[in-house]
Design a binder for this molecule. Structure first.
Ligand code: HEM
Length: 381
């Protein structure tokens, strides 16, 4: 009885006495290096997970002179994301690294500019647009199926990761610009070769402790800039073709065929039609949509291969739920609970973007922790 009463008096989240962010626990830091010694940035997410087990979902670390507060609690993370862009922005390096490469889109924008661009981006990707685009996805998946059937009939090994990348490049390029690049059936395409180069070097720059490339350019940095120039020329050609097409078909203005056309129409309404601004949005989509989806699909295949019972159950769900297997109906996709659960669970276990880096812009309280302006907040899920 006594214990029960004591439990009932446990303060609720809002009643808890607020802590200051500086007072959170964390691993011991060394002068100057902080926690950098022995830290491998490639496996940072695993180390943070380990510290989460040790210190709880909120703790502080220091990477060199910079203090980061790590949050691994989904409810608190959601609170932070809801307070964007007023209270939290992305970490400063993202904007400078993207902008100096001429990539200015939703990832590098902040404040009102981000809100407006996000609205346009979300509209360009809404369910109506995606449904209209669905036949292109089916066509691309058939190409992958044919490729794999050909390789199997010739007893060739299948490069699953490479092929998933090809498929997502094809789908994202068609979705964003209406261009059928078809890397699944053409192995050595200039556009794909250059696109493939961009992401790893960009990622390296975002995580670099010091922006060395502003003082000395390594061959990888020169390659990145050259590749971006080639991609820029291709994208500018697509922009000019899309402009021409829309000008000729003014009655179809309300029916954009792809993301670029949707942007052109919306930007026409909002006043910003510069090629540079469109390039920023397009390249952002290409970067956002490819590795993420390709790696998630690879993990799904991996899990299905190690859990054969799950694969059997999924097969029978698809057999019952899809009438025409060569051409599944868009509406049928919503009625596959096991497939949906497999996708969600894979993204939970193997999130391809496990960390978000944010900066606190105004004094604020999340859960029972006070943050003051300038705090760096690293969200680990
Ligand atoms: C499994 C697939 C995907 C995963 C796990 C994923 C994950 C994420 C995450 C974690 C963010 C937040 C990044 C941040 O705020 O810093 C994000 C943002 C974004 N993603 Fe994805 N993504 C996926 C697929 C895609 C695809 C296919 C597209 C488009 C073709 C896309 C477009 C975007 C865009 C435009 C943003 C920026 C949103 C904003 O800043 O408002 N993503 N994604």
């Amino acid at each position: 009885m006594f214990e029960r009463a004591a439990i009932d008096k446990t303060p609720t989240k809002s009643e808890r006495i607020a802590r200051n962010v500086q007072d959170l626990p964390g691993p011991k830091t060394l002068p100057i290096a902080g926690n950098l010694i022995g830290l491998d940035m490639h496996t940072l997410h695993l180390k943070l997970e380990h510290w989460c087990d040790q210190y709880g979902p909120w703790f502080n670390i220091k990477l060199g002179p910079e203090r980061f507060t790590v949050m691994g609690d989904p409810q608190s993370i959601q609170q932070v994301l809801k307070q964007r862009p007023e209270h939290f922005s992305r970490i400063r390096t993202i904007k400078s690294v993207f902008k100096e490469l001429g990539i200015h889109g939703v990832f590098s924008m902040e404040g009102r500019e981000w809100k407006a661009c996000r609205k346009t981006t979300v509209r360009g990707l809404d369910a109506r647009h995606l449904q209209r685009f669905y036949p292109t996805i089916i066509k691309t998946v058939h190409r992958l199926k044919n490729r794999w059937q050909d390789q199997m009939s010739e007893s060739q090994p299948i490069a699953v990761r490479e092929d998933m990348m090809k498929m997502t490049v094809d789908i994202t390029t068609a979705l964003t610009m209406g261009y059928d690049i078809n890397t699944l059936e053409n192995d050595q395409l200039e556009f794909q070769i250059h696109l493939k180069r961009v992401f790893p070097i960009l990622w390296k720059r975002l995580n670099a402790p010091f922006p060395y490339w502003r003082y000395i350019k390594l061959p990888a940095d020169r390659n990145l800039e050259y590749s971006l120039e080639v991609i820029r020329n291709h994208v500018f050609t697509f922009i000019s073709q899309a402009r021409q097409k829309l000008a000729e078909q003014s009655d179809e203005m309300s029916q954009p065929g792809n993301f670029l056309e949707s942007l052109l129409i919306q930007n026409d309404l909002n006043g910003d039609t510069s090629d540079e601004s469109l390039f920023g949005s397009i390249i952002t989509m290409l970067l956002a949509g490819e590795d993420t989806t390709a790696y998630t699909l690879c993990w799904i295949i991996y899990y299905l291969s190690i859990y054969p019972d799950l694969l059997t159950a999924l097969r029978s769900e698809l057999k019952e739920g899809i009438k025409e297997h060569e051409k599944p109906d868009w509406a049928e996709l919503d009625k596959l609970p096991l497939m949906d659960a497999i996708i969600q669970e894979t993204m939970r276990l193997k999130p391809v973007a496990p960390l978000l880096y944010l900066t606190c812009l105004q004094d604020t309280q999340i859960d029972d922790v006070y943050h003051s302006q300038g705090d760096l907040t690293d969200h680990s899920e």
